[in-house]
Design a protein around this ligand. Structure first.
Ligand SMILES: [Zn+2]
Length: 73
């Protein structure tokens, strides 16, 4: 994962990313396993969660956008 990041609390751009697997249960449905990226600011410890499902989709979109930008002078 490569997201633009600036800590909301202290403005640092240094962070670590870990992957967390969390069981998700909606009423009436089977338990599903959701993957999340956990970004922790190394300066102050502020932590954000991102849904991997959505982030990876966005990442593909961005890649396509970059390829298009390169082809256009
Ligand atoms: Zn911070």
């Amino acid at each position: 994962m490569n997201l633009e990041y600036r800590c909301l609390k202290c403005g640092s751009d240094r962070y670590i990313v870990k992957t967390a697997v969390i069981p998700e249960k909606s009423p009436g449905l089977k338990i599903e396993i959701g993957t999340y990226y956990v970004k922790t600011c190394v300066e102050c410890g502020y932590t954000e969660f991102y849904s991997a499902k959505i982030v990876d989709k966005e990442f593909v979109k961005n890649k396509k956008g970059k390829r298009y930008a390169k082809a256009t002078p």
